[in-house]
Design a protein around this ligand. Structure first.
Ligand code: ZN
Ligand code: ZN
Length: 338
């Protein structure tokens, strides 16, 4: 049986996922019943006059569906005040660069078959090919998205961080995010605000998870993002014709999300936002490639950028890389805020 067929049985629905700020999951302030939400249609959101946060440009999150992140994980929303009160970590003059650290063979395409060396396995059909955008492209995107200097570090071997995968799931060796982040933290450059590792090997953060897209620890200023679960080919599913665009958009969201955690933003649950917790690629596809109004307010409080210029430059970047709907949205915002 080929690797692809073996892997094809992996049910995404079981995946409990995605990089979250390292934090216990406190009970919500109010306890919505399973399947109901504070984001339900009965909820009234205060309209805001400031076009920067105007409701019309932002979409409310629908009530959580079965299997969605919000039905699986109870998280308390982080208010602006809570975000501002957390004085532990803010960009300073001397410490403001966002580093991206490619691990292993990224961005080369051919990888993985458990933790086995890949080359001899290509002939046996055991190697999965995963597409991910090059780190330099992600650097340009993150620099525009977060308005902070962003740099790509020289690639380092995954084995220099951790000895190998900590467990095997569905025939894929999976790396333990906590161990990786500990090792990564020891390599933070002096001028780093944070460092986000990019990898094309499978990842998990908690035992109960099938896999994780990524994980971040705000206090330690480190994060990791794994692109493998974004590509249906990794689990033996067919790619669509537009897979490169889809995977590019997913990778952008994932990296923006994890870097956002390193900046102190936690998951938000009122508006559709790149900081929404997501349980699978379906939810990731529903999340937009932008900060919702609440996270935008936190970000603009933290980093001094001109919002209209930021949207205009992001729009050009998205357009250049074929992300048309994101380009359209950012263009609209830039016009409205001029
Ligand atoms: Zn997260
Ligand atoms: Zn948000």
């Amino acid at each position: 049986m080929t690797h692809a067929r073996l892997a094809g049985s992996l049910a995404l629905a079981l995946a409990l996922l995605v990089g979250c700020a390292e934090q216990a999951e406190p009970p919500p302030a109010r306890s919505p019943a399973e399947g109901q939400s504070r984001a339900g249609p009965q909820r009234i959101v205060e309209p805001r006059a400031d076009p920067l946060y105007a409701g019309g440009d932002f979409e409310l999150l629908p009530p959580p569906q079965g299997g969605s992140w919000r039905t699986r994980v109870r998280e308390k929303s982080q208010s602006l005040r809570e975000f501002q009160a957390d004085e532990r970590l803010r960009p300073t003059e001397l410490r403001r660069t966002l580093y991206l650290q490619p691990l292993g063979r990224y961005p080369e395409a051919g990888i993985l078959a458990g933790d086995l060396p890949s080359l001899p396995l290509i002939e046996e059909g055991l190697v999965t090919f995963v597409f991910a955008p090059p780190p330099e492209e992600l650097r340009d995107f993150i620099a525009l998205f977060y308005g902070l200097p962003t740099e790509v570090r020289d690639e380092i071997d995954l084995a220099s961080l951790v000895p190998g995968p900590a467990r095997v799931r569905r025939h894929h060796g999976q790396f333990n995010a906590h161990r990786m982040l500990r090792a990564l933290g020891a390599r933070l450059p002096e001028d780093a605000f944070s460092m986000t590792a990019l990898m094309v090997r499978d990842l998990y953060a908690e035992e109960a998870q099938e896999y994780a897209f990524g994980h971040a620890i705000h206090e330690d200023r480190v994060a990791v993002a794994s692109f493998v679960q974004l590509d249906p080919q990794f689990i033996g599913h067919a790619r669509r014709d537009d897979f490169r665009l889809r995977l590019r958009e997913r990778a952008y969201k994932l990296v923006a999300h994890e870097v956002g955690h390193t900046l102190g933003m936690e998951h938000c649950d009122e508006f559709r936002c790149v900081m929404n917790g997501v349980a699978d690629v379906g939810e990731l596809d529903e999340a937009p490639l932008h900060l919702g109004p609440q996270c935008l307010e936190k970000f603009l409080w933290l980093v001094d950028v001109a919002p209209a210029a930021r949207y205009a430059e992001l729009s050009e970047h998205y357009q250049r890389h074929g992300l048309e709907s994101s380009a359209r949205w950012a263009r609209l915002r830039a016009r409205r805020l001029r």
